[in-house]
Ligand binder design. Structure first.
Ligand SMILES: Cc1cc2nc3c(=O)[nH]c(=O)nc-3n(C[C@H](O)[C@H](O)[C@H](O)COP(=O)(O)OP(=O)(O)OC[C@H]3O[C@@H](n4cnc5c(N)ncnc54)[C@H](O)[C@@H]3O)c2cc1C
Length: 396
């Protein structure tokens, strides 16, 4: 079969691929955007609880995990949250800040996807869905992308296939396998922004709290987040847990400080002096439901007046509440992970153009790379920024 000759082929019509296609077509390039799914941008549709947390106003390199923390700087500087906000405003899409700089669409996520697809149409991007790639080869300075029905031949090939999180949305390890085929390094990968699981005694102890959410400071390996945790029937979730999970390795201890703004040991000691007949649980219930307190302080009777506790007992109760330590049995894995941590090693890639150093004409953008954002719109900002910068600099 005769291949379709084009300037650029982008594999993966997700956030990064769509943005790259728009950016390249705006530069006058002929672009084919291929995806094996039956719809472009499926993760955009399910993102942000259906309202797409499309960026974060306070995006900084420190919001990203990578073996090379400097790699993301150039693209994030050249395409900022305000550039994407300008696009959203131009399309008259209403948005709001939910908290901590997290910007959400007022309408369904579909509105953000429609904006990108409209733009693709305006600038003449050819989107080909249901396209499963059988092979990718480089012959001289041309890439040949083939499946049973159609082949494409191009000077520039961009891999924007994301990674393994949420396989039900079309996620695959295609990008990592392709990188290895072309001799590029891929760093250790693991699920990020993912709930923790408990087993054994811990599972039994906390299972009854499923559905309850509380404010905490959570810490792993000296990284802290101040957000809510949510007890689930399998373990723990909620924004604090999702955030810290990206910094967690199997076997690491997690420390949770409940009621983080107060010094509980001092409060209990002082109140024992001033109001000795007050019941312990009535004080503690100012901050936490009794069910949570009982689970944290397993086997300790919290229902007695303060005078009947020794100092050491009150200290121990404060410690159990404010220094809760556990080792999760694991995570809920890629099936429930919002992102994949690790990916194509950034040492292999130009941080300005996203071209690989070893294979001229081959580019990687978005989540397939070893750059992972924290929760809160940072992952889409990375997809937009890397996609835009790559699209601007495709050498053809
Ligand atoms: C439930 C959920 C909610 C999220 N919410 C947010 C949020 O609100 N804000 C935020 O910033 N981030 C969010 N994220 C993370 C964000 O969706 C991703 O980081 C982002 O989509 C990555 O963009 P990408 O283009 O690199 O990859 P993707 O968006 O994953 O796109 C990859 C594309 O490649 C295609 N593909 C894969 N393999 C192949 C193949 N072999 N052949 C052809 N095509 C292929 C896929 O079908 C897909 O269309 C969320 C993730 C999940 C799972």
């Amino acid at each position: 079969m005769n291949p379709i000759q084009t300037d650029a082929v982008i594999i993966g019509a997700g956030a990064a691929g769509l943005m790259c296609a728009i950016s390249a077509a705006e530069q006058g390039k002929q672009v084919y955007l291929l995806d094996h799914a039956n719809k472009a941008g499926k993760k955009i549709l399910i993102s942000g609880g259906g309202r797409c947390n499309f960026t974060n106003m306070y995006t900084e390199p420190g919001n990203y995990l990578s073996n090379n923390p400097h790699f993301c700087k150039s693209a994030l500087n050249r395409y900022t949250p305000w550039d994407f906000i300008a696009e959203v405003d131009k399309a008259s899409l209403p948005w709001h800040e939910k908290k901590l700089g997290q910007l959400f669409s007022d309408n369904k996520s579909q509105a953000v996807l429609a904006m990108l697809l409209d733009r693709c149409e305006e600038v003449g991007v050819n989107i080909v869905l249901n396209y499963s790639v059988d092979s990718v080869d480089k012959i001289n300075d041309q890439f040949i992308i083939t499946n049973t029905t159609t082949s494409y031949q191009c000077h520039a090939l961009v891999i924007a296939t994301g990674a393994m999180s949420f396989p039900t949305m079309g996620a695959t390890d295609f990008g990592h396998r392709l990188a290895k085929k072309f001799g590029l390094k891929v760093t250790h990968t693991y699920p990020g922004l993912v709930p923790f699981t408990f087993d054994g005694a811990e599972k039994k102890q906390f299972q009854g709290l499923s559905g309850i959410s509380i404010d905490t400071d959570i810490e792993v390996n000296n990284v802290h987040f101040r957000e809510n945790i949510l007890f689930t029937h399998k373990g723990l979730s909620g924004p604090a847990v999702l955030q810290i999970s990206s910094y967690w390795k199997p076997g690491d201890k997690v420390t949770v400080r409940c009621i983080p703004d107060v010094d509980m040991a001092s409060i209990l000691k002082d109140t024992q002096q001033t109001q000795p007949n007050k019941h312990l649980h009535t004080i503690l219930q100012t901050w936490l439901p009794l069910s949570v307190l009982q689970c944290l302080c397993d086997n300790i009777d919290l229902q007695k007046p303060l005078h009947s506790y020794k100092h050491s007992q009150l200290q121990e109760i404060a410690r159990l509440i404010q220094h809760w330590q556990f080792i999760p049995s694991g995570t809920e894995g890629y099936k429930k992970a919002e992102v994949t941590c690790g990916g194509v090693d950034t040492d292999e890639i130009s941080s300005k153009t996203f071209e690989t150093k070893k294979v001229p004409g081959l580019y990687f953008i978005g989540e397939v790379l070893d750059v992972t954002g924290q929760l809160g719109g940072f992952n889409f900002q990375w997809a937009w920024a890397s996609g835009f910068c790559c699209g601007q600099s495709l050498a053809i």
